[in-house]
Design a protein around this ligand. Structure first.
Ligand code: ATP
Ligand code: MG
Length: 574
């Protein structure tokens, strides 16, 4: 029986609104990314909420690009955002852009000016900031606050006509310089940006609306009922409501089902952001890591981006499951990255085929094995023959892990040592070490052993127990595999909370590249990775005793590259 999950606080609000017939019984949400960077796992929390609510309550969730700042935005980001959302398994109703509403918002600004609710300020950003006051002290009115309407109109039109230099003038809403909510102290609602063309509207606009003047309006124009965002917007909510109050009841431009007299109005709700230990999630910082080559790109498997996690081997279902586990509240906090790792590990445990790979090889010669190579069989997942098997060539010369042999061992060491103890080679025979050979420096170069021909796994003699089982690969058939062993990107739990340059906190050991010797069955995956809709096909393996790995897209016909998705050991404390 499926466990009944209790509703999160937003689901409770939605159910109440539905039961009261609000907004004509409609549920409409939006996910509003700014196309100025790649989506990260924090965004996924918002995505799961916005799309999840729509799915659960037969509503609709639109994707709206919040593209009001052309200086940082680009279609490259629009494309990757769409690809990542689709990969996560969500479907949007429509795709909209805040820039769809530039005409409409400009008209509203003109109307505000005509109604005496907005004015053009010629002060610098610094001067304006200095006049804001503090939460307990009122701000100082701008000397331009009481400009006549005609002058405001003329200047705002000049701003749009490209006659005013960037930074020289802004349009401010004339609200209340003494309001305890600082966002009401004549917020800037339009600014000039002439230095960059807009990725969709080109050079049509020289003035662009600020977030607060665009977001609520866009919600209204589209018919959004529940505008869900993160807690830092709580303080913006009164302003969101104030602007909507100015035109609520009018025909929304992008909402076909709207009827005059409808009680429709959008409301904003806020939940806690996702913060994860040992990483940064600010787009600015991530961009810096990418641009300065501190990571290999947005999709570096150490990045908390969706494409980075994907390349690391995270599945969409594991990421969504993680979001279910952490839930939504109104309290900010930090989530242990161990929980994320735990989720993917649990996912892969059941499904990733096992293969042998030797990371610190030493040669093992089985002196009494005089047959040609024979083909042994290994189950992809032990105890589950129905999940497939693989062929494991076996011969006289093998590689084993250096650490699995000790020339002189105490009786707590159960693996190979020339002490008469029997050890099983996994899926193969029982052997006994007889000695070893060393180079001039005393390093062991070859281990010698004998095997028992009647002890083959899968035969009657295969049931004989040993205290230890060790991994091996056959020398002639094994292949070299490049493994990329990832660790946390930062040395400290919360890099954002530390003083100084966050780049000094990078973990120097976050990537180790080790070439290992892997069993021959991996030859079939040593070929260029195929892509579907720009997304690499995923193949996971568990390298025995080493962790869960995924085939990286750098793989070629000559070289197999595996990224470690997660180690085997789970340090996550429940
Ligand atoms: P920036 O880093 O540039 O301030 P942002 O991270 O807020 O941007 P947006 O593209 O504006 O990115 O975000 C789109 C949506 O994702 C917003 O609704 C925002 O609240 C949500 N979001 C962003 N970061 C997180 C996070 N860490 N946890 C939950 N939701 C988030
Ligand atoms: Mg933002």
């Amino acid at each position: 029986m499926e466990e009944e999950k209790s509703l999160n606080f937003i689901e409770q609000i939605v159910e109440k609104d539905l039961s009261e017939g609000k907004n004509d019984g409609r549920i409409q949400t939006r996910f509003p990314p700014e196309p100025n960077g790649y989506l990260h796992i924090g965004h996924v929390k918002a995505i799961c909420m916005d799309f999840g609510i729509a799915e659960r309550y037969n509503g609709i969730c639109n994707l709206r690009f919040d593209d009001t700042n052309p200086s940082k935005e680009d279609t490259e980001y629009v494309d990757t955002i769409m690809r990542d959302i689709a990969w996560l398994g969500f479907k949007w109703g429509n795709i909209y852009y805040a820039s769809d509403y530039f005409d409409k918002l400009y008209e509203l600004a003109i109307r505000f000016i005509k109604e005496g609710k907005a004015y053009v300020d010629e002060q610098t950003a610094e001067e304006i900031a200095a006049q804001k006051g503090t939460p307990t002290e009122p701000g100082v009115a701008s000397p331009y606050r009481d400009r006549p309407v005609e002058e405001n109109l003329r200047l705002f039109e000049a701003m749009q006509a490209g006659e005013i230099e960037e930074g020289k003038m802004v349009l401010r809403a004339k609200i209340d310089m003494a309001n305890p909510n600082m966002h009401f102290r004549d917020p800037i609602i339009y600014r000039i940006i002439t230095s960059h063309p807009h990725h969709r509207t080109g050079r049509k606009w020289n003035v662009y609306p600020m977030y607060d003047f665009a977001h609520g309006q866009s919600d209204y124009f589209e018919g959004v009922t529940h505008s869900i965002c993160t807690l830092e917007f709580v303080v913006h909510r009164p302003l969101y409501d104030y602007f909507i109050d100015q035109f609520v009841g009018e025909v929304p431009s992008n909402f076909e089902g709207w009827k005059p007299g409808s009680d429709y109005r959008p409301h904003q709700y806020e939940f806690n952001r996702l913060n994860i230990t040992y990483t940064v999630m600010s787009k600015r910082k991530m961009l810096q890591l990418v641009q300065e080559g501190l990571v290999s790109g947005w999709d570096d498997p150490r990045m908390p981006t969706v494409c980075g996690l994907r390349r690391r081997g995270y599945t969409a279902s594991a990421i969504r499951e993680f979001m279910d586990k952490i839930g939504y509240t109104k309290v900010e906090g930090m989530i242990d990255v161990g929980l994320l790792e735990h989720t993917i590990r649990e996912n892969l445990k059941e499904t990733a085929p096992r293969v042998c790979a030797i990371f610190e090889p030493v040669k093992l010669v089985i002196t009494n094995y005089d047959k040609e190579t024979e083909i042994l069989v290994g189950e992809n997942i032990d105890g589950h023959p129905e999940l497939g098997t693989r062929e494991m060539p076996f011969a006289r010369e093998l590689y084993i892990e250096r650490g699995d042999f000790l020339e002189e061992a105490d009786n707590k060491f159960y693996r190979l040592s020339p002490n008469g103890r029997e050890v099983r080679l996994k899926n193969a025979y029982i052997i006994q070490a007889t000695g070893c050979e060393k180079d001039v420096e005393g390093n062991i170069t070859t281990v010698y052993a004998t095997y028992d021909p009647d002890s083959k796994s899968g035969t009657e003699g295969g049931n004989r127990k040993t205290k230890a089982t060790i991994n091996w690969v056959e020398c002639n058939s094994c292949i070299d595999v490049e493994t990329r062993l990832y660790d946390r990107l930062f040395k400290v739990e919360n890099p954002a909370a530390e003083e100084g340059d966050f780049r000094d906190l990078l973990n120097p050991d976050s990537l180790r590249v080790v070439t290992c010797k892997a069993e021959a069955s991996l030859k079939t995956v040593r070929k260029p990775v195929t892509f579907k809709d720009g997304i690499a096909e995923v193949k996971h393996f568990q390298l025995l005793k080493q962790g869960y790995f995924v085939v990286d897209e750098d793989t070629t016909a000559d070289k197999l590259v595996l990224n470690r998705t997660a180690s085997l050991k789970d340090n996550w404390q429940k």
